[in-house]
Design a protein around this ligand. Structure first.
Ligand code: SAH
Ligand code: SF4
Ligand code: F3S
Length: 435
């Protein structure tokens, strides 16, 4: 009998990829496909890849390899691979030669053309309407990601992102404001403005407003919560710090990747700030936004990192007291400057340092969360907790995950919760009622 064709998207990587996957889903639905429950049921599978670290790339390649079995059983299955990983010429070659079950490779800047590319791949009639904004299939009905820029003009010596995502391109403020206004009208209450380096917004377009001004205008549109990701400490201007207090709905959370606490390593990374400058900035942000949670990214075992350099990182983490941190083993990326340096830190040393940093940060995260016990916090309900179905998961303005007992949680609702317990990664509490 007749049935709707189904699509499935496998997504890896950061929020930028999450947002791109929503566009991919919209394109699939524009071609008449409906969401499948899993890859086995789908006639069209898209894999959106990441390559920021070797582990991310290995995971994506592994998943693509697994799909071969599905394709062997169902030759009509169409498989497309997109995202950052396929922007690397050597990986593209590897896939073209070694993965004939993949029908289509598309890059991070091919999304505008994806309707045509996919239509060709699935042999559907190409529709008119080129140049029209792509329809988006958003995963959440209350939390939305909004691009404000793409690409990055920095050249951090470890980072593959500029090579695979290209240089900075800021989006016109009018488009951003229109998109957010539409989202607010649809009932979205938590908006995140996204950029690879969001604090570089308008650096390529002096005629655009600064990020601080943009945030204030977006705030006026009335979303209850507003966030921005990811900031670069060097580009976090004094004007932006000044604006923070005046942005309506701005969440008390700033993600500010520090990478290292050693000035020498920050220098060879090309980050453009010192540990002292970073500490000063954190102080200013905390003064501007009382109660703000500062989170970070750190890289351990960058080429040339000595025990003393690493001690400086531990020291900085102790001084700042981050609410949470993502810490990574340095991963050499082909074509980046640092990958070619002959002072690589042995894997065993990198692993041992990462374990020490994790242990330190877990202790700090726990203490920071314990300091919340006894407070009443406003949470945005996300739904049932994945780990324990009897608990509901919500998030505070500081982006802390709060677990509380609730029979049938109402996603998108704001609740008051009294915090009664803490672990390094969660708060626990009881609801007091609607907020
Ligand atoms: N655009 C953001 C995010 C980049 S990727 C930014 O510039 O901050 C997210 C994090 O991955 C980075 O902050 C960094 O900590 C980490 N990362 C990037 N390249 C890496 C590499 N080669 N090895 C290990 N970690 C890396
Ligand atoms: Fe991965 Fe970086 Fe691309 Fe995001 S931008 S998907 S983290 S490689
Ligand atoms: Fe990467 Fe540095 Fe840009 S971490 S995305 S090159 S700011």
């Amino acid at each position: 009998g007749w049935k709707m064709k189904k699509y499935h998207i496998v997504n890896f990587g950061c929020q930028m990829n999450e947002r791109d996957a929503e566009t991919m889903a919209g394109v699939c639905e524009g071609l008449g496909y409906v969401p499948a429950d899993g890859p086995e049921e789908a006639e069209l599978i898209l894999v959106n890849t990441c390559c920021v670290r070797e582990t991310a790339q290995a995971r994506a390649l592994g998943r693509i390899g697994e799909l071969k079995r599905l394709k062997d059983g169902r030759p009509d299955l169409v498989i497309g691979v997109g995202g950052c990983m396929v922007e690397q010429p050597h990986v593209r070659q590897q896939l073209l030669a070694g993965a004939p079950h993949v029908n289509l490779l598309f890059g991070t800047r091919d999304l505008d053309r994806l309707p045509q590319l996919l239509a060709e791949a699935v042999e559907a009639p190409v529709r008119r309407g080129e140049g029209k904004p792509l329809t988006v299939r958003r995963r959440s009905a209350f939390r939305a990601l909004v691009n404000v820029s793409r690409g990055c003009d920095n050249r951090c010596t470890y980072c593959i992102v500029p090579a695979v995502r290209g240089g900075l391109v800021s989006r016109p403020p009018g488009e951003i404001l229109d998109e957010v206004a539409g989202l607010v009208a649809e009932g979205y209450v938590d908006i995140t403005l996204l950029g690879q380096n969001v604090t570089a917004y308008a650096h390529d377009r002096p005629d655009y407003p600064s990020l601080g001004k943009l945030l204030r205008r977006v705030g006026e549109l009335g979303s209850r919560r507003l966030r921005f990701l990811t900031s670069h400490p060097r580009d976090f201007s004094p004007q932006l710090v000044d604006s923070l207090a005046r942005v309506r709905g701005l969440c008390r959370h700033v993600h500010l990747p520090v990478q290292s606490g050693s000035d020498r390593i920050l220098g060879t990374m090309g980050r453009g700030y010192t540990a002292d400058a970073y500490l000063r900035l954190v102080g200013e942000i905390r003064q501007a936004l009382p109660g703000v949670a500062i989170t970070t990214d750190g890289i351990v075992g960058f080429p040339g990192e000595s025990e003393g350099d690493f001690a400086a990182t531990l020291d900085l983490f102790r001084q700042v007291r981050f609410a949470a941190a993502f810490t990574f083993l340095y991963s050499p990326r082909q074509g980046t400057p640092a990958a070619g340096w002959d002072v690589q830190v042995p894997l065993e040393v990198r692993k041992e340092r990462l374990a020490r940093l994790l242990e330190l940060q877990n202790g700090i995260s726990l203490e920071m969360n314990q300091a919340e016990v006894g407070k009443t916090v406003e949470v945005l309900v996300e739904g049932p907790s994945r780990k324990d179905k009897r608990l509901a998961l919500g998030r505070t303005t500081t982006n802390r995950a709060v677990l509380f007992v609730e029979e049938r949680p109402d996603p998108g609702r704001f609740k008051w919760v009294r915090v009664s317990g803490a672990s390094p990664f969660n708060l626990y509490g009881e609801t007091l009622g609607d907020a």
